[in-house]
Ligand binder design. Structure first.
Ligand SMILES: CCCCCCCCCCCCC[C@@H](O)CC(=O)SCCNC(=O)CCNC(=O)[C@H](O)C(C)(C)COP(=O)(O)OP(=O)(O)OC[C@H]1O[C@@H](n2cnc3c(N)ncnc32)[C@H](O)[C@@H]1OP(=O)(O)O
Length: 301
């Protein structure tokens, strides 16, 4: 037959504290039914190692701890969301890393094998993967907009819209641009930063860091960003003549006013926007760099 342990009682306004005098207690089972509390466990009590149990009848039924239950449920939901978010970001970053690594390695190998000739057919060999990666990159604007990552929507939007304008409008829609060496420089500069940025984020998903990679992510953009914008500006300027000649995307006007407005006017405006975008994102990246290294220094002290 089970023995009864020594039980100490303490009480506050709405709470009761019970201390059961057992050491090395195992298989503890506590149940509350209405106003009766049942306890059963094995352990060392007043009668040595044994099975102990008791039932305690209280004056009123025990109130379920709703606040704690609600908090517990919320925490479980939050944990589920956090792990789903981590998996999503990790997979996204991994796919982008693989895509941009393929682009970077492919272009490097082709440059070594074919030399200058490789500059002229970059678009045909690389564009499909670049289209895929850059369409996928729109996810970064959504991540920022929905607060999945700690970054501003504007820098992400400038980055994605800026690159996709060059990729789809300037390169994608003009066959004459496909064989221009500028495609090589633009694609190479874009992919050169991404092979550091995405693995840096992948490690970040697991709160891990590799100092050299962090340094590369927050430093390599310094020469690459202005060079990238410069290469993109060259591509826009080269395309102006072609848009004028082909009248592609030109806006038709009523005959009384003139024939049409050339798309090149939009490109002149875009050239100004590009340097504005460069200024905004350069400042943003500089702030991110300072924030990252300042926090690290403070943590180290
Ligand atoms: C409004 C529309 C106007 C359109 C006007 C068009 C104007 C055109 C201008 C175009 C200029 C573009 C030129 C460009 O194409 C040229 C080049 O790209 S050249 C190559 C060099 N380029 C770069 O170096 C830029 C690379 N890109 C970026 O760095 C980002 O896209 C950018 C948004 C610019 C900055 O990134 P972010 O703000 O996210 O900074 P952090 O990396 O420091 O991240 C902040 C925190 O968020 C976490 N995070 C971010 N993303 C992820 C992710 N995918 N997965 C997991 N975590 C992520 C990150 O870890 C940081 O968290 P913590 O601070 O906790 O570490």
């Amino acid at each position: 037959m089970a023995l009864t342990p020594l039980v100490y009682w303490a009480q506050r306004h709405e709470e009761i504290y019970l201390r059961v005098e057992l050491t090395d207690a195992q298989n503890i089972a506590v149940h509350v039914q209405e106003n009766v509390l049942h306890f059963r466990a094995q352990g060392r009590g007043a009668k040595g190692q044994n099975e102990y149990e008791f039932s305690l009848e209280l004056l009123l039924p025990v109130k379920p701890d709703e606040k704690r239950n609600r908090l517990k449920a919320m925490r479980q939901k939050e944990e589920g969301f956090v792990s789903l978010k981590t998996v999503f970001l990790f997979v996204y970053n991994l796919v982008q890393f693989l895509g941009f690594s393929w682009i970077f390695v492919n272009m490097t190998v082709r440059l070594f094998i074919f030399g200058q000739d490789s500059l002229y057919d970059t678009f045909h060999t690389i564009s499909d993967v670049m289209f895929f990666c850059q369409i996928l990159a729109t996810v970064e604007v959504l991540n920022a907009a929905f607060g999945l990552v700690r970054t501003g929507v504007t820098p992400a939007l400038i980055q994605v819209v800026g690159r996709n304008f060059i990729l789809f409008i300037i390169f994608g829609s003009l066959e004459e641009m496909h064989h221009q060496p500028v495609v090589f420089f633009v694609f190479y500069l874009w992919s050169a930063i991404e092979i550091f940025r995405y693995p840096f984020y992948m490690l970040g998903c697991f709160n891990t860091e590799w100092k050299t990679l962090t340094w590369l992510r927050y430093t390599v953009w310094m020469p690459l960003y202005p060079l990238g914008v410069l290469a993109e500006a060259v591509a826009v300027i080269q395309s102006i003549r072609i848009f004028d000649e082909t009248k592609l995307f030109s806006i038709p006007l009523p005959e009384a006013i003139g024939s049409s407005i050339s798309f090149s006017y939009i490109l002149y405006i875009y050239l100004v926007l590009m340097f504005l975008g460069l200024f905004i994102n350069f400042r943003h990246l500089y702030k991110q760099r300072k924030r990252r290294f300042r926090t690290k220094k403070r943590k180290a002290n």
